[in-house]
Design a protein around this ligand. Structure first.
Ligand SMILES: Cc1ncc(COP(=O)(O)O)c(C=O)c1O
Length: 475
């Protein structure tokens, strides 16, 4: 399948693409609980058309492509209402949640440097925030101050208060958090932010449009958006519950006095003048046009309907899980993300594999200080209609796993690593468990169980070297 010396026909290439993707996940089936948010088929076609119309247009320069600026402003107008902002609320499209979070940290860092002279910035992160905040800290030389969460997995406001120092440039909260689907106490955090005069970023990348839709549909949602005093910025992904094509998120700010620190302006080089609100310079106009199209298609009413229907599905799945002996929902999720742990006689790693065997792709989350290993479900409109089948298969898999006998991975790891970790030790652990690090394994249970007990630094090494092997030169 290597790229040939001589070019090939378009038909040949498209055929090869079809062959290449044969082993990819079928995301239209309603069996995938992460990664893709499938819109209805006719909406998918609309998004694709709008996206490809703008594939070649460049979002770098609004004077060359004012239509892209126009669409971006329309999107901000829509979200200003959805997030209960006011005429001052402004924002920009980014390429995804991660970029929105990176920019939220960069904005806070630069503002604190300019307005308070802080040169050793720190941000306060409840333990359950998304990993991209750590990425931001590592990219932008900001200290991540992590604080434990409460037993219900929500941010502990008093712990955050105690963590504030003269170098604190940002408080962070999630609405909802990815891992456990709960909303942090945003109102209390807003008060803390105002009292200490520190910006507060609410990461609602995954759930923002669901929560906004739920509010419009008349459902109870704890306050989390710009209606809460003290909230300075909000990230929200259109490529999640907005059902837009990937490559589209927003970072909104309460006003431009805060947003201006997001901008990168450069006149110091020999080329044209640069004003970049985002990390990238040249970027396809596709995601903007795709998102604009889907927002126009659904409108406020559509997102309210999607939220109502999806929450109906969530309630069904949640009730089904709660009725299965041996499974327990973690905390009390408030939107469309569910998470469950198992009792010790239901091996969660094997359960994950058994579901996978039946074609259900759920997401295993390894143990943390907050929670033992658990299974996470991101539920969206594509799961409406498959609830009964999923619950039926879940019951079957739980029963199957309960009667299974599995290798004592924890014991093997402890035995082999008694004298510390090295590549050789890891190799011995893997080979005793029949794990081949050179291929993508079908069953992941043993690998996950090994990762679950490895110390963090060792796990990071293992993951990084496994990844590097997947992307090494072909023989
Ligand atoms: C709460 C939260 N923030 C940020 C992100 C990062 O989004 P992306 O994967 O689009 O970069 C995610 C992704 O799931 C998320 O759930």
């Amino acid at each position: 399948m290597a790229i040939p010396k001589t070019g090939q026909s378009a038909q040949n290439i498209l055929n090869r693409l079809q062959t290449l993707r044969e082993n990819d996940i079928n995301w239209r089936s309603g069996r995938l609980f992460s990664y893709v948010y499938p819109a209805e088929p006719e909406v998918e076609q609309l998004i694709k058309k709008a996206y490809t119309e703008y594939l070649s247009e460049n979002g770098l320069d609004p004077t060359a492509f004012p239509s892209l600026m126009h669409m971006e402003n329309d999107i901000m107008d829509f979200l200003r209402t959805m997030l209960q902002g006011d005429a001052e609320t402004v924002g920009h499209l980014t390429t995804g949640g991660t970029e929105s979070l990176l920019l939220s940290v960069k904005t806070a860092r630069d503002r604190a440097r300019a307005e308070k002279g802080i040169t050793e910035p720190e941000i306060i992160l409840p333990y359950t925030v998304h990993s991209s905040f750590y990425k931001a800290c590592s990219y932008f030389n900001v200290k991540a101050v992590t604080v434990p969460v409460r037993a219900d997995m929500r941010a502990d406001v008093e712990a955050m208060r105690r963590a504030v120092t003269p170098n604190t440039v940002l408080l962070v909260a999630s609405a909802p958090s990815y891992a456990f689907g709960v909303i942090d106490p945003i109102e209390e955090l807003g008060l803390l932010a105002l009292e200490k005069n520190i910006p507060l970023h609410v990461d609602s990348c995954i759930g923002g449009l669901m929560l906004a839709g739920m509010r419009l549909a008349g459902m109870q949602v704890r306050p989390w958006d710009f209606s809460v005093p003290g909230v300075t910025s909000i990230s929200l992904d259109l490529h999640k519950y907005g059902y837009a094509a990937k490559g589209c998120s927003v970072l909104m700010h309460r006003n431009h006095a805060h947003r201006k620190y997001q901008y990168f302006v450069c006149t110091d080089w020999t080329g044209y003048s640069i004003v970049n609100p985002t990390m990238l310079s040249s970027k396809t106009g596709g995601p903007t046009a795709g998102a604009w199209a889907v927002l126009n298609y659904y409108g406020e009413d559509g997102y309210a309907r999607l939220a109502r229907e999806t929450m109906h599905t969530v309630r069904k799945i949640r009730a089904g899980i709660e009725a299965i002996p041996g499974l327990r929902i973690v905390s009390d999720p408030e939107a469309s993300l569910l998470d469950f742990v198992t009792e010790s006689d239901v091996n969660i790693f094997e359960l994950n594999d058994e579901l996978d065997e039946l074609g259900w792709k759920v997401q295993l989350q390894l143990a943390s200080d907050a929670c033992p290993a658990n299974i996470h479900l991101t539920i969206n409109r594509s799961h409406t209609g498959v609830e009964e089948e999923f619950l039926h298969d879940l019951v079957y898999c739980v029963q199957k796993v309960r009667s299974g006998v599995y290798p004592e991975v924890e014991k093997i790891v402890a035995e082999e690593s008694a004298g510390g970790y090295s590549e050789e030790v890891l190799y011995r652990i893997m080979s005793r468990l029949g794990v081949d690090m050179n291929t993508l394994p079908k069953r992941m249970a043993n690998i996950n169980r090994i990762l679950n007990v490895l110390p963090d630094v060792v796990m990071k090494e293992v993951l990084s070297s496994f990844y590097a092997r997947m992307y090494a030169a072909h023989p």
